[in-house]
Design a protein around this ligand. Structure first.
Ligand SMILES: Cc1cc2nc3c(=O)[nH]c(=O)nc-3n(C[C@H](O)[C@H](O)[C@H](O)COP(=O)(O)OP(=O)(O)OC[C@H]3O[C@@H](n4cnc5c(N)ncnc54)[C@H](O)[C@@H]3O)c2cc1C
Length: 378
């Protein structure tokens, strides 16, 4: 590591890598610091890999704006760079009248956000998905699936080609404001050491509140405290994937989008995630919750599914700003000069649709960085 970097990005998940791919350029010393031994080992590789359309989020929120822009950018990036994806679309289906009312509201919200959607008649629903059961549904043609690992590899290569360097097994343990930037203290296999940097970009995912705290921000006052929200997936065997033509989602009736059909680019079928709050990081699936899976609205929409088709598989944990019972929370993407931290950019609570939004978030942060460093060099 040099004595002084221009930009230090904390976290090598999809957000840190996407930002690195935008801000790295000749003449800038850009570093990504990652505590794990490889990139993308946390949220970014433990998700549904869905390219969301932008239906669910409050109008004009960062989530809505970044998701819509990211959706278009992601398809473009995938197409140009040979990253596996499928623009398969999705159907959101209501299985009773209470859900049907919520479905109408969701449809209007999606339309308000500028998402192309189509309300389906029962006949159209039957033609698109003959094996699913529901009383009302709408179709989202711009929803899709991406190979998230290949996407991260693309961002990493692009950043490296532009001179970014990534340090694995390197954990940030302290951040101190100094006269012309920050002193960052890190821990690696050789021990602790510090270096200077002009700009810090906090993309630490599940720990981004802790990193903000290291820089001296009171996370309770700033409302940056994160809640860990664990989502479990079940694999589905028995050739059931052949009975489904696209992603199928329930009407969300709580904080999460609800247990839904997850398909990857190879059409491997899973159901999930079923979410609950946790205090510790463990990715073990608690199979005592299978009953909740079997009772989910999604199972009602998939009458061909047998309980024995479902096997506990994997899980992911999101960095959620929303605690139990809280309302909508937006992404926090903020240059903290107002808190006396010029050059410190926080990204906190980048939960779903963070994967979809990654290229748009990278552009957004790159503009903040260019305002700080100028367009040319650091
Ligand atoms: C179950 C689940 C399903 C999801 N489904 C979707 C979906 O279908 N579509 C979608 O768009 N989004 C989805 N998401 C959201 C998406 O996965 C995240 O928004 C995105 O991956 C966040 O990326 P990130 O880089 O911010 O975080 P992460 O991938 O968690 O990366 C943060 C990195 O920071 C590192 N780090 C933390 N602290 C330090 C430190 N002190 N020093 C050095 N390194 C540090 C970590 O090791 C980690 O690698 C889902 C998330 C989950 C968990």
């Amino acid at each position: 590591m040099p004595y002084r970097a221009d930009i230090t990005i904390i976290g090598g998940g999809v957000i840190g890598l996407a930002i690195a791919s935008q801000v790295a350029k000749e003449g800038r010393e850009v570093y990504v610091l990652e505590k794990n031994e490889a990139f993308g080992q946390e949220q970014s590789s433990r998700n549904s890999e869905v390219i969301h359309a932008g239906i669910y989020y409050e109008r004009d929120s960062l989530k809505a704006r970044m998701c819509l822009e990211g959706n278009g950018l992601l398809y473009e990036i995938c197409e140009k760079n040979g990253i596996a994806y499928k623009k398969c679309g999705k159907i959101i289906v209501a299985t009773d009248y209470v859900e049907a009312e919520e479905l109408e509201k969701l449809y209007r919200r999606g339309e308000d956000n500028g998402v192309p959607l189509k309300m389906l008649s029962r006949k159209e629903m039957g033609l698109l998905e003959p094996n699913i059961k529901g009383i009302a549904a709408f179709f989202s043609p711009t929803t899709g699936i991406v190979d998230s690992y290949a996407l991260m590899r693309y961002f990493l290569k692009k950043a490296r080609d532009n001179g970014m360097q990534i340090a694995y097994k390197t954990e940030v343990i302290g951040i101190e404001k100094i006269s012309n930037g920050y002193k960052v203290k890190v821990k690696d296999s050789s021990g602790d050491f510090s270096f200077m940097t002009g700009v810090v970009i906090n993309c630490a995912g599940l720990y981004s509140d802790k990193v903000a705290e290291m820089a001296g921000i009171n996370i309770d006052e700033a409302n940056y405290k994160l809640y860990w929200y664990k989502g479990e997936y079940y694999s589905v065997s028995g050739g059931r994937n052949k009975l489904i033509n696209r992603l199928i989602y329930p009407v969300p009736m709580g904080i999460s989008l609800g247990v839904h059909v997850c398909l990857d680019v190879n059409w491997r079928l899973r159901l999930g995630p079923l979410f609950y709050y946790v205090d510790d990081i463990s990715y073990k699936v608690d199979d005592t919750r299978k009953k909740a899976f079997l009772e989910s609205s999604m199972m009602k929409a998939l009458p061909f599914m047998e309980p024995s088709d479902l096997e506990p598989e994997t899980s992911g944990i999101t960095a959620n700003l929303r605690g139990e019972g809280d309302g909508f929370r937006d992404f926090v993407i903020r240059h903290e000069d107002g808190r006396g931290l010029p050059g410190f950019i926080n990204l906190v609570g980048i939960e779903s649709p963070g994967l979809t939004s990654s290229p748009a978030i990278a552009r957004y942060v790159s503009r903040l960085v260019n305002e700080l460093l100028g367009n040319e060099t650091g």
